[in-house]
Design a protein around this ligand. Structure first.
Ligand SMILES: NC(=O)c1ccc[n+]([C@@H]2O[C@H](COP(=O)([O-])OP(=O)(O)OC[C@H]3O[C@@H](n4cnc5c(N)ncnc54)[C@H](OP(=O)(O)O)[C@@H]3O)[C@@H](O)[C@H]2O)c1
Length: 226
């Protein structure tokens, strides 16, 4: 059993993941701006400001202790504003890239000494499989392309330290984010037709719990055909 840092822990997938991890006997520390409302310890930080992560991670002795003994990190936080390039201002670009990528890199950087000690595991929750060239979604899709590259470089860099890196590509998963996205794109939303958050959470737990001699470096998860 290990200690897992989870960002996006207050979201649809993140909350289910925290429950699944706690249920499986893991210790969990949530990282985010409103983690006080969860039943697990938290590191309070706005991921739109990656530069504030270092201070937040050392702010209390509990936060510092959590960062010092991490076995795994799951980066699940994201925002997904929908707008054409013509209508996206620089502040929006900066916010998307900060929450979806730069804070992922910075959280990993803060946790790396512990992850190297534990020969740990980093899991990045990316976008739906195969997403590219989506009109009105360049910020989200572009940020997730950068997150994939972050994962791929990190995997090579950290292999000598025994750190494993996995990207999970979830298909539509029944959360508030998916409801909002489908609404904005003018598409119907029936939560029963999508992956249930607890199912995806169980799959991420499985990724974290594979035996030491092998691991899953990428996994695409699709809703079953109905
Ligand atoms: N749902 C899907 O169909 C689907 C499909 C493919 C990929 N994904 C990916 O799965 C992950 C989780 O998605 P979800 O559906 O569970 O979305 P969600 O319910 O909207 O959760 C998003 C999480 O990100 C956190 N977050 C956003 N901005 C933040 C900030 N500035 N500082 C700290 N935390 C912030 C939110 O925290 P607050 O509670 O504080 O807002 C929340 O915990 C995302 O990476 C998403 O791209 C989802």
């Amino acid at each position: 059993m290990g200690h897992v840092l989870v960002s996006g822990a207050t979201g649809g997938i993140g909350k289910a993941l925290v429950n699944a991890l706690v249920g499986a006997g893991h210790q969990v520390t949530a990282v985010g701006r409103d983690v006080g409302r969860l039943d697990v310890p938290g590191i309070e930080v706005d991921l739109a400001e990656p530069e504030s992560l270092a201070a937040a991670a050392g702010e209390t002795s509990d936060a510092a202790a959590a960062m010092a003994e991490v076995d795994a990190l799951v980066y699940c936080a994201a925002i997904a504003p929908i707008a054409a390039v013509a209508d996206t201002d620089p502040a929006t670009w900066q916010r998307i890239l900060a929450v979806n990528v730069a804070s992922a890199a910075e959280l990993v950087r803060q946790a790396l000494p512990a992850l190297r000690r534990s020969r740990g595991h980093v899991v990045f929750v990316n976008a739906a499989p195969g997403m590219t060239g989506v009109a009105r979604w360049s910020g989200y899709v572009g940020s997730k392309a950068a997150l994939r590259e972050l994962a791929d470089s990190l995997r090579v860099e950290e292999a000598p330290h025994g750190v494993r890196v996995t990207t999970v590509y979830p298909g539509g998963t029944a959360t508030e984010l998916l409801r909002e996205v489908r609404n904005t794109f003018g598409r119907p939303y029936d939560p029963d037709l999508f992956i249930q958050p607890h199912t995806l959470a169980e799959m991420i737990c499985w990724v974290l719990n594979t035996p030491r001699d092998a691991y899953v470096c990428e996994v695409s998860v699709l809703p079953s055909p109905r």
